[in-house]
Design a protein around this ligand. Structure first.
Ligand code: NAP
Length: 295
């Protein structure tokens, strides 16, 4: 079994991005600027945004965070989006999901200028991705593609089974892996909560991608010998051995599944860091595209 090391790969990628930023600045260009909009006090969202801000600083980006309480109105949030759309100093921004129930997340995403939509969630960018046109790819699936590529894994002809059909992970992942590209050229099966006899599908997977949100859901009896297993899940479970009383774990029963795999991502240290590196890639791309004379 080999580890798909997201932490090391993302550090390498972030160093490359930082070197590119240094070159842009030396040529008189603009420092990329990412803004995160954080609504409410959800600790997981706060932690994700914290990681993104830290990564920006390391890569030489400017970053800013706009924080509002969960009682913010839809109108107020749309006004923040409009202001960021018009703010020339901001190259890209994200509105951290999930949003409070009274906010229409689709309306908020649709209000983002697609040229600044570095999460790649705007319908225009989703459409471009589906058509294989240049766009901002959603950070998590894009990070997984980079992880496969940088570990020299050739996916052509493989049967990929993806569990999950969210707009941010499962759906774009199935589009990217079925593309005529490398990584890509997979035959993709996409499963979800209504799939009958899930195990019959997972056992056929050369690449198994779990994006479910249920700790240790994928057990070793569901995995084919020699499979590549990508664990997207981030779940907090209680752990009395930790000072905090809890720890993060994935959707895969790592200890048992790892013994059967050719490659596997750990949690933490797998997909998570790659997501952040991909967001930085998108922001750099936005900055280069939105700045006259530098490309
Ligand atoms: P989501 O929107 O809740 O989607 C979960 C998917 O799992 C749904 O499509 C659901 O099916 C499916 N599912 C649930 N129970 C199932 C079952 N028993 N059998 C088969 N399928 C089942 O979640 P998400 O946003 O895609 O995120 C998934 C996980 O990845 C979460 O743990 C999240 O925290 C994590 N995540 C990690 C990163 C990262 O950077 N590492 C990024 C994003 C998300 P239905 O559609 O039928 O409900």
């Amino acid at each position: 079994m080999n580890i798909l090391d997201g932490k090391a790969t993302s550090i390498a990628l972030q160093e490359e991005i930082a070197a590119e930023v240094t070159k842009v600045i030396a040529a008189g260009g603009k420092r990329p600027h990412l803004t995160a909009v954080l609504i409410g006090m959800d600790p997981a969202s706060r932690a994700y945004v914290g990681h993104k801000v830290k990564a920006c600083a390391k890569a030489g980006f400017e970053s800013s965070t706009i924080e509002r309480g969960k009682e913010i109105s839809q109108t107020e949030l749309l006004e923040i989006v409009r202001t960021l759309n018009n703010d020339k100093s901001v190259d890209g921004f994200i509105v951290q999901l999930p949003l409070p129930d009274h906010i229409d997340a689709t309306a908020v995403i649709e209000a983002i200028d697609p040229r600044k939509d570095v999460d790649g969630f705007h319908p225009l960018n989703v459409g471009n991705m589906s058509l294989g046109l240049p766009t901002f790819l959603p950070a998590t699936p894009s990070g997984i593609m980079t992880l496969l590529k940088r570990h020299g894994i050739v996916t052509e002809g493989m049967h990929a089974v993806i569990i999950g059909r969210s707009d941010i992970v499962g759906n774009p992942m199935s589009v990217l892996l079925s593309r005529n590209s490398e990584p890509g050229n997979c035959t993709v099966t996409q499963c979800h909560s209504r799939t009958v006899d899930l195990k019959s599908h997972t056992l056929k997977a050369d690449i198994l991608i779990a994006a479910i949100g249920k700790p240790h859901f994928i057990t070793s009896d569901m995995v084919k010998e020699g499979a590549i297993v990508i664990d997207v899940g981030i779940n907090r479970i209680s752990d009395s051995t930790r000072k905090s009383g809890s720890r993060l774990t994935g959707d895969v029963d790592f200890d048992n599944v790892a013994q059967k795999c050719s490659w596997i991502t750990p949690v933490p240290g797998g997909v998570g860091p790659m997501t952040i590196a991909s967001l930085l890639e998108n922001t750099l791309q936005a900055s280069l595209q939105n700045t006259d004379g530098i490309s």
